[in-house]
Design a protein around this ligand. Structure first.
Ligand code: SF4
Length: 349
């Protein structure tokens, strides 16, 4: 009964999205499901829409993605954040070509072994593309399950994870897991929202303990946030012809693989002389002048970032390479807010 109400509700108000075929019962391209699900993992639906369309236009198949160079892949990811997702997509695409003839493996555990694919994404590919009775579990489903049963815990420990995954399995055990899974996600996103859930419109209202006890907003319990402070230096090197130097950042825990301004960790005890670590990108002989511009603060995931901004003017003109970005293009090229704050501090303050 609850499954029927859920499916009927979903089919009635199913929003049109670029990754959804018009026919809700159609099997989907596993590659397209994979791309959309990875994009949606940490990014809002509205932002994903245009990126998804552009991605599928330029990399319509797993072969196109595997053959693209990494820089181009990362360029297409600009604006979605968490660049490690794009790097993993690229790595996994190569494995799919080399080991599996460009298709996803049959077995769930082999899919989960691919870079960047966890239990959730594997379940989404298997249920939505292959119509297998496979569960998914994401934040939306966790919230719904916690409220339906008044579970006052998150899936943190193994036994707690088992409870949530067992519940997800019961929902997905029939033939229409492809639609149940998607309906639950949609319900979590549009009705069973973290704050002020729209219970009167909910197809599961009759079954929901939280709504009958009028305490939906207290479930699930909040995650304890553990914030780490990261101190660093962000370096703006301007060439004699007015271009800004960029790198593929590997050195920080929060901007992995993202193109941006050079950045390195430093201790609070660091003085205000020229930091030797910046010599990775410019030799002392090439420096026309440098100065410290002050500090910026920013937060990415669990990191509270405090960075000193170092501006360096080079005596040399920029070389012909993708490392150098014309000032007119810096907003597009340095598309993360930490970089934009640093550029603002150094060039406009
Ligand atoms: S009735 Fe309300 S709290 Fe319960 S599942 Fe539906 S939207 Fe969520």
């Amino acid at each position: 009964m609850k499954l029927n109400s859920l499916v009927q509700w979903f089919l009635k108000q199913r929003a049109s999205l670029p990754w959804r075929p018009e026919d809700p019962h159609a099997k989907r391209d596993p590659y397209a499901v994979w791309i959309s699900e990875v994009m949606l993992q940490q990014t809002q639906v509205e932002t994903v829409k245009k990126h998804y369309i552009a991605w599928l236009k330029d990399f319509p198949t797993v072969y196109d993605l595997a053959q693209a160079d990494e820089e181009n892949v990362l360029l297409h990811w600009q604006g979605l954040g968490y660049y490690s997702r794009a790097k993993n997509l690229h790595k996994a695409a190569k494995i799919l070509i080399e080991k599996y003839n460009g298709d996803f493996p049959k077995n769930r555990s082999e899919i989960e072994a691919l870079p960047g694919i966890g239990k959730y994404t594997a379940g989404a590919i298997l249920s939505m593309a292959r119509h297998e009775s496979e569960p998914i579990l994401d934040g939306n489903l966790i919230r719904i399950f916690s409220r339906l049963h008044l579970w006052n815990f998150l899936p943190t420990s193994k036994p707690e994870q088992d409870i949530y995954w067992d519940e997800a399995r019961t929902w997905s055990q029939g033939k229409n897991a492809y639609i149940i899974n998607e309906a639950l996600m949609e319900m979590g996103r549009t009705l069973c929202k973290p704050q002020n859930p729209l219970c009167p419109n909910c197809p599961l209202q009759q079954e929901c303990k939280a709504t009958s006890e009028n305490c939906s907003s207290q479930y699930p319990p909040r995650k304890k946030s553990i914030q780490e402070t990261w101190h660093g230096v962000i370096v703006i090197i301007e060439s004699a012809d007015g271009k800004i130097f960029s790198v593929q950042e590997e050195d920080t825990p929060f901007l992995k693989g993202q193109r941006g301004l050079p950045l390195f960790e430093f201790s609070k005890a660091h003085g205000k002389g020229f930091p030797g670590k910046a010599e990775r990108w410019i030799t002392p002989e090439s420096i026309e002048e440098y100065h410290w511009c002050g500090a910026i603060k920013h937060a990415i995931t669990k990191y509270k970032i405090e960075c000193q901004v170092l501006y360096i003017r080079s005596k040399d003109k920029s070389k012909k390479s993708s490392h150098w970005v014309a000032r007119a293009n810096i907003k597009q090229a340095f598309a993360n807010s930490l970089n934009l704050k640093a550029l603002h501090k150094a060039l406009e303050d």
